[in-house]
Design a protein around this ligand. Structure first.
Ligand SMILES: Cc1cc2nc3c(=O)[nH]c(=O)nc-3n(C[C@H](O)[C@H](O)[C@H](O)COP(=O)(O)OP(=O)(O)OC[C@H]3O[C@@H](n4cnc5c(N)ncnc54)[C@H](O)[C@@H]3O)c2cc1C
Ligand code: SF4
Ligand code: SF4
Ligand code: SF4
Length: 376
């Protein structure tokens, strides 16, 4: 249990989330507070259609403080979490940093960068280290839904950022949202008798999960492995914003075959042409909550993955914990993934140094952005 007396002195509840998070416009609508409310069965908290939480019945609140403490916009548990996760500046633990990719042609065909996420999960599943993984499947451009994958086929279904299907973009009043409320799916694990599950998520999701683990919120003990994604921002926008975005990008959404995020946003058109879009252009459709988020490299994951710093077709893979190292090494030794090295061996150290410098620079930019927004 969390040792700090300061947390026991003053229990903060959902009303404090309203004051400190919702009213500042930085609620990310992740649903964590509602899903893990101790008075869940009594409906103390509810969720509106747009995903925002509200206090349905204050009399039913047992004042446990869980909703407040696990909210990704609340940082009071950071000292305990940093201790537990051996966090150190500037981006948390780093046991190994490599550019790697899958050895499976099938995964390579569908993955986002090098398919490391899907192949490490496939290895863990096939060797019985996990029974399932919380991932997310595409339901449209800038739209995904969480899913509990229990087979390699389902992992492949969830991989990548391709938009090969014909999506219908012209529904009136349509909204786009690429944020996936994966944390809510942790709730379902107990009912499904799943005891060893991997969680793939953005930094805010892994952060909330780690806080649940620290507070021993059931069934967070069922999460056996976390694979984090680097994340500058996620997107939520309506039809009018979509049209503005398309004009600025110069590419209609239904002409996009694939999206990658590295130094900037790489849009691959249906004809294979790649267009580089600066982050400044997509900022307009980022979720407001993301501007208050300080974590880029998913500092609390077992393994963090991104595209930044690696050659095309490879995943920048940052192994952070001894568990992450065991799983990563197993996947490599069993031939699920392979590492990239520059042609001249002596440049390998330089490549690692340059990758690390890029990650640290993006992490610092994001921290600075959050500091600026929260001080306004
Ligand atoms: C919203 C978002 C922002 C990102 N921003 C950056 C960035 O700024 N810089 C950078 O270097 N990398 C960023 N990444 C990570 C990068 O795009 C790749 O996901 C990462 O390199 C892994 O590639 P892969 O080929 O190994 O993964 P794959 O093998 O393709 O597997 C990807 C996994 O991620 C899951 N997933 C996809 N989208 C989401 C989502 N929205 N929420 C939760 N899980 C999801 C899939 O279900 C799948 O399991 C971002 C990813 C996301 C989802
Ligand atoms: S019961 Fe606990 S989790 Fe639910 S609203 Fe009250 S303080 Fe929050
Ligand atoms: S960010 Fe998530 S946990 Fe925090 S108030 Fe919003 S929905 Fe609840
Ligand atoms: S920027 Fe932060 S809050 Fe937004 S999706 Fe990424 S990790 Fe979550």
């Amino acid at each position: 249990m969390v040792r700090s007396d300061r947390l026991l002195d003053e229990v903060k509840t959902f009303n404090d989330l309203v004051a400190e998070v919702q009213s500042k416009g930085i609620c990310g609508k992740c649903g964590g507070c509602v899903s893990f409310c101790s008075a869940g069965e009594f409906n103390a908290l509810g969720m509106r259609e747009d995903g925002s939480p509200w206090l349905m019945d204050e009399a039913k609140c047992v004042k446990c403080g869980i909703c407040y403490l696990i909210c990704p916009q609340v940082k009071v548990l950071d000292p305990e979490l940093d201790d537990k996760m051996f966090w150190k500046p500037p981006i948390g633990p780093n046991l190994r940093l490599v550019s790697a990719r899958t050895t499976s042609p099938r995964v390579m065909e569908v993955c986002t960068d090098g398919g490391v996420v899907t192949s490490v999960l496939t290895y863990a599943l096939e060797k019985g280290l996990i029974q399932a993984a919380i991932v997310s499947r595409k339901t449209g451009p800038f739209e995904r839904q969480p899913m509990v994958a229990t087979s390699p086929e389902e992992l492949i279904e969830a991989a990548g950022s391709h938009f090969e299907e014909t999506f219908h973009l012209d529904e009136i009043g349509r909204r786009y949202n690429s944020f996936v409320p994966s944390v809510r799916d942790i709730k379902s694990l107990g009912k499904r008798n799943l005891e060893r599950v991997a969680l793939v998520g953005t930094p805010c999701q892994v952060y909330t999960f780690r806080k649940m683990q620290l507070l021993k919120v059931v069934p967070s003990d069922a999460i056996a492995l976390t694979i984090g994604l680097f994340c500058m921002e996620n997107f939520a926008f309506d039809e009018a914003a979509r049209q503005r975005l398309e004009r600025k990008m110069g590419v209609p959404l239904d002409n996009i075959r694939k999206l990658n995020i590295k130094d900037d946003v790489l849009v691959t058109r249906q004809n294979g042409e790649v267009v580089h879009i600066p982050f400044e252009i997509v900022h307009e459709v980022a979720r407001p909550a993301c501007f208050a988020c300080p974590d880029f490299a998913c500092d609390y994951a077992d393994i963090s993955c991104g595209g930044l710093g690696s050659p095309d077709g490879y995943t920048t893979t940052l192994v952070r914990t001894s568990l992450g190292e065991t799983v990563y090494n197993g996947a490599k030794q069993e031939g699920y993934i392979q590492e990239w090295s520059p042609p001249e061996e002596e440049r390998a150290d330089l490549h690692k140094k340059q990758m690390m410098e890029k990650i640290v620079s993006f992490a610092q930019r994001k921290k600075e952005r959050a500091r600026h927004i929260l001080s306004e």
